[in-house]
Design a protein around this ligand. Structure first.
Ligand code: FEO
Length: 169
C-alpha cells in the first residue's frame, strides 16, 4: 500500500503529465495556425505520449491500492514568437518535469518504497530521451535560422512522427 505522502505526490504527477499533454496540444494548435502541419503533428504525438504517462501513474496508484484524485489542469500558453521559441519552452518544461520525477524518486528512497522506486525508473529514462530529442530539434532550428527550405524540410521530417503506444511504452 502507498503512503499518503507518496499517493499525494503521484496524484500531483498525474496533473503534471496532463498539463504537459495540454501544453503540447496548445503548441500543436499554434503550429496548425502557422501552417506548419508537420510541427503540429509532432506536437500531437507528443501530447498523446503525455496522456499515456498520466495513465501510467493513474494505473499504478490503483495497482497499489491507492486513490486517484484528479485536480484542475492549468491553462497552457497559446502564443509563441517562433518555432525555436516553442522548442526552447519545451526544453525548459521537460527539465522541470525531470526535476519532479527526481523528486518522486527521492521520496521513494526516503520511504524505502522499493516498488515505487522501480516503477519510476522508466520515467527517469524517458526524461533523458525527451530532453535529448528536443535538444536535437533546437540544434536543427538554430542551423536553419528560421526560414526557407530548411524549415520546409524539417516540417516534413517532424510530420512523420506518429504516436505508437507500443514504442511509447
Ligand atoms: Fe511526461 Fe514529457 O514527460
Amino acid at each position: 500500500m502507498l503512503s499518503k505522502k507518496m499517493e499525494d505526490a503521484l496524484n500531483d504527477q498525474i496533473n503534471a503529465e496532463l498539463y504537459s499533454a495540454y501544453l503540447y496540444m496548445s503548441m500543436s494548435a499554434y503550429f496548425e495556425a502557422e501552417g506548419l502541419n508537420g510541427f503540429a503533428q509532432w506536437m500531437k504525438a507528443q501530447a498523446q505520449e503525455e496522456q499515456l504517462h498520466a495513465e501510467k501513474f493513474y494505473s499504478y496508484i490503483n495497482e497499489r491500492d491507492g486513490r486517484v484524485i484528479l485536480k484542475a489542469v492549468d491553462a497552457p500558453p497559446f502564443k509563441w514568437d517562433s518555432a525555436l521559441a516553442v522548442f526552447k519552452d519545451i526544453l525548459a518544461h521537460e527539465q522541470k518535469v525531470t526535476g519532479l520525477i527526481n523528486h518522486l524518486v527521492d521520496l521513494a528512497i526516503e520511504q524505502k518504497d522499493h516498488a515505487a522506486h522501480q516503477f519510476l525508473q522508466w520515467f527517469v529514462e524517458e526524461q533523458v530521451e525527451e530532453e535529448s530529442s528536443v535538444r536535437s530539434v533546437i540544434d536543427e532550428l538554430n542551423l536553419i535560422g528560421g526560414g526557407g527550405s530548411g524549415m520546409f524540410m524539417l516540417n516534413r521530417e517532424l510530420g512523420q512522427r506518429v504516436f505508437a503506444q507500443d514504442t511509447a511504452e
